[in-house]
Structures are given as structure tokens and as C-alpha cells.
Design a protein around this ligand. Structure first.
Ligand SMILES: [Zn+2]
Length: 488
């Protein structure tokens, strides 16, 4: 009997276990099969991220349609946050992995850290605002040295001693730039621009260990004609923190390119184009779709009023004239020390610029590839003498004096003055003319550019009247405004 009960207890126990197991199975089935899809959906984290597609800048052409600035397709190295590691060790490994390949090939990458590349670390000259910003961004004291900043960045970015000092400095510079350009899911980071094909191949070969790196084709600015009016054409560059602050409401991003000078800057709103959008879908951190939701549209073409051939001719005339002045051997030797000059040709009918030569000058392509040689060039080739030089107008001013004298009734077209080479009105000041012109009226005086006639007019009119007429001619006023006043 006792044995029977023991057996029954064992059977009962077995049945209870079996029932419980069955219940578990039913529950599991419910979770996995009946409600499986719902639970799976709950476990996934889906994120959408939109990225900006840059628009190709408009072209700049001359009055005859010659392409001065255009675009070509270049290869840029970029980092995509969606595929990029998040751990400092991995981030530094990927960054150095890319930089090492570029470095070996002598290809430059973007580094705007205002600190020298080598020890002893020093701040770069003329970068005061960037230095102040750096100290704030990496949270060091306002009096921190360049060396202090570098050490703080090594700590901040977890850059350890497995890298050499040079490698560490390179990684720090890139990481700081990534921070400045606000690298994020919606903001990919441009590591290097317009890199050569062999480097593209090397990077692609190494890409399995360079997570988040990609090579993309993007429009790169080409200065097809770099020598014609480089000062007027200007250049583009990465947007600065100051420019971004001013223009962020116009849709500029921290990794944008913007016109820095000349036409590139003045016509920025026409040239920049409209950006497009790419939408990424990430499920559990993995990109599952990547769609262009809005195509980018290129900027407008800007047509200039000058012709490249004419501009080059005027530039050559200016250069030849200065060289001729330098080479003079006559007793007069006027202008033998001339080292710079400018010629501007305007269309008298509408004020349009036909040529603006300045000497010495440079080529925009040299400006981009070898800035140091241009900036240190003899007699400051970067100075645009046509717009930034202050020179006496010389005989061209006689038209102003003539207009004032005629209009104010001091003379008529028939009134005469006698030129005997020397102006004798004053006892203590006797300026001269270039020749003996005799008794001449205003028409002949302008034709011969007689100084005596205009010394006399100047004395009669006095400085105030002359200044008033100069002003009416637009001298001392904004050229653009003067032009539109005369047109409207
Ligand atoms: Zn004269």
C-alpha cells in the first residue's frame, strides 16, 4: 500500500511538471508565434536621419561666354556618422588609418587647428579669434598655452601613447575639426577634398577597417582662367564660425563652402544653388534605406561685363608700361622706381567694368595650391590696386575742373588762357606745363592736357567748387550706387 502511494506521488509530480511545462510552451508559443511580430517590432529601434546634399555652385563666365570658373567632379573623403564607431580608441584608429594613407601620398586633409604641426607647439599667427574659440571649446583656461591645449585634447579625445607625437597631433587636429563642423547623423564630415585617383584606390582597399569612411564624388571648383582678374573673381572656402553665425538663418550648415572674396563672395546668393535632402532610415543602428528625398539644384551662372582677352591685353599693357618705366635710361627717368599700378576701363554708357588690371598680379590656381608664394610675392600681388590703391588722378581730373569752370560761368567754350610753359600768377610757386601751348581755349587745353590752363581754372574756382563737381561726377562715392543713380 505504501508503495502504491509513493508511486502515485511520483506520477502526480510528473503530471504537475508536465502541465507546467505545457503552460510554459503555450506562453512561449504566444510570445514567439502569435504575438511575435509585435514583440519584434517593439525590440527594434528605428531612427530617421536626414542629410543635406550640397548643390554645385554656379559658373562664372566672361562677357563672351568664356568659362572662368566652373566645376569638375572630384573625390572627397567623408565620414558618415551612421557607420562610424563611437568608442574613442576606434575613432582614433579610423582617423589615423585614413590620415596615414593621405599622409604617405602627400595629400592634404582639412585641419584648421590654430596650432603648429610640430613640437614645441605654438599658436599660429593672426588666428586670435580661432585661438579664443579653441580654448573655450576644449575648456582650458584663457591663458592656456598651445602645449596645454594639445595635452587637453589628448585627454579629451582619449588619444593614447600607442601613437607617435606627430600622429597624436594629427588625430587631435582632425577630431577638433570634426567637432567644429558638428559631425552628426545629419552632418557628414568632409575629411579631405579632391584627392587623386591612386589615393582613392588605396583608401577603398583599406575601407573594411575604416568604418564610416566613404569616398564620394562632389563638385570641385575649377579656375579654368586663373590669370584674368584674379582679384575680382575671388575664391571659395569652408565657412568660418563668424560667417556661419551671420548666415545660419539662410540655410548654411557648418560644413558648407562659401564665397570668400571677389565675385565668389559678392554673388554668393546667385552662385550657391539650392541644397537637396537625403533621408536615411536606421534600424538598431544599421542603415536600412537611403533615399534622395529632394534633388539639389545647381547655382546660377554669373556673367561678367568684361572679356577675358581684353582684360589680359590691358594687364599686359600695364605690365609692359611699368617695366618700360623701370628700364628708362633718359635723363628724365620719370617713374624709374614704379613697382605697381592699375588700369580700370569702364563703359562710359553704362558704367560696366570692361577691364581692371592691377600689377603685380597672380594666378588663382597658384593662390590655391601655393598660397605662401602668392602672399609673400614681391610688392604684395594680393593687393588689388584698382580698388584698394589711393592714387592722385593726374590729368584725368582736368575734365572735372573744365566742367566746373564752364558750368559756373567762369569761362565759355571760346575763353582763352595763354600758356608759356610756366604758371606765373604766384611769386613763390611757379608750376610748369609740359609744353608751350600759347593762347588756347578749353577744348584745346583738354586735347593738349595743358597744365597752365587748368592751374588758372583751379585758382578761379577754388577748392570747394572743384570738390563739389568731383562729387557730382561720382568721385569719392560708391561706384555701384553712382552707376544706378545714373541709370535710373
Ligand atoms: Zn600748356
Amino acid at each position: 500500500m505504501q508503495k502504491f502511494f509513493e508511486r502515485m506521488r511520483a506520477v502526480l509530480f510528473f503530471v504537475v511538471v508536465l502541465v507546467m511545462l505545457a503552460l510554459c510552451c503555450i506562453d512561449l508559443m504566444k510570445i514567439q508565434i502569435v504575438d511575435g511580430a509585435e514583440y519584434l517590432e517593439k525590440a527594434k529601434t528605428t531612427r530617421m536621419a536626414s542629410q543635406v546634399i550640397t548643390s554645385p555652385r554656379g559658373e562664372i563666365i566672361d562677357s563672351s561666354g568664356n568659362e572662368i570658373v566652373s566645376n569638375k567632379t572630384g573625390f572627397n573623403v567623408i565620414l558618415e556618422k551612421a557607420f562610424f564607431p563611437s568608442d574613442d580608441d576606434d575613432i582614433n584608429r579610423v582617423i589615423w588609418g585614413i590620415a596615414r594613407i593621405l599622409d604617405r601620398d602627400g595629400v592634404e586633409w582639412i585641419d584648421n587647428l590654430p596650432i603648429t604641426m610640430e613640437e614645441p607647439y605654438e599658436y599660429l599667427e593672426a588666428q586670435d579669434s580661432s585661438i579664443v574659440r579653441l580654448r573655450t571649446n576644449i575648456k582650458v583656461q584663457p591663458y592656456a598655452t598651445a602645449g596645454d591645449c594639445i595635452s587637453a585634447m589628448y585627454d579629451m579625445y582619449g588619444i593614447n601613447d600607442e601613437y607617435s607625437e606627430r600622429e597624436k597631433r594629427i588625430i587631435a587636429g582632425i577630431r577638433y575639426e570634426m567637432f567644429l563642423r558638428s559631425f552628426s547623423l545629419s552632418n557628414r564630415y568632409t575629411f579631405a577634398e579632391d584627392i587623386p585617383m591612386d589615393t582613392v584606390v588605396k583608401l577603398k582597399e583599406a575601407s573594411f577597417s575604416l568604418e564610416g569612411m566613404d569616398i564620394v564624388e562632389e563638385a570641385v571648383r575649377v579656375y579654368s582662367i586663373g590669370d584674368a582678374a584674379p582679384h575680382l573673381i575671388g575664391t571659395v572656402g569652408a565657412i568660418s564660425a563668424e560667417e556661419y553665425e551671420l548666415r545660419k538663418d539662410d540655410g548654411y550648415a557648418l560644413n558648407d563652402v562659401i564665397g570668400k572674396s571677389g565675385i565668389e563672395k559678392a554673388m554668393e546668393s546667385e552662385l550657391r544653388g539650392t541644397k537637396g535632402t537625403r533621408t536615411l532610415e536606421l534600424v538598431n543602428g544599421v542603415v536600412t534605406s537611403d533615399i534622395v528625398t529632394e534633388e539639389a539644384s545647381p547655382g546660377h551662372t554669373v556673367k561678367l561685363t568684361f572679356d577675358v582677352d581684353y582684360q589680359r591685353d590691358v594687364q599686359e599693357i600695364l605690365e609692359n608700361h611699368i617695366k618700360w618705366l623701370n628700364a628708362q635710361t633718359s635723363s628724365q627717368k620719370k617713374g624709374e622706381n614704379a613697382d605697381a599700378g592699375a588700369i580700370v576701363v569702364l563703359d562710359t554708357k553704362n558704367g560696366a567694368l570692361l577691364a581692371a588690371a592691377t600689377y603685380p598680379t597672380y594666378d588663382l590656381n597658384d593662390y590655391i595650391t601655393d598660397y605662401a608664394s602668392v602672399v609673400n610675392g614681391e610688392n604684395s600681388p594680393l593687393t588689388n590696386r584698382a580698388t584698394h590703391g589711393l592714387y592722385r588722378p593726374g590729368s584725368t581730373f582736368k575734365t572735372v575742373t573744365a566742367t566746373a569752370a564752364l558750368n559756373e560761368g567762369y569761362i565759355t567754350s571760346g575763353s582763352t588762357v595763354t600758356c608759356n610753359k610756366v604758371y606765373t600768377y604766384w611769386d613763390d610757386y611757379k608750376p610748369e606745363c609740359t609744353g608751350w601751348h600759347g593762347r588756347i581755349n578749353v577744348v584745346t587745353a583738354l586735347e593738349k592736357s595743358c597744365n597752365i590752363f587748368f592751374y588758372e581754372m583751379g585758382r578761379l574756382l577754388g577748392p570747394e567748387l572743384i570738390a563739389r563737381y568731383a562729387n557730382m561726377y561720382g568721385l569719392g562715392n560708391d561706384t555701384y550706387r553712382t552707376y544706378w543713380h545714373s541709370v535710373l
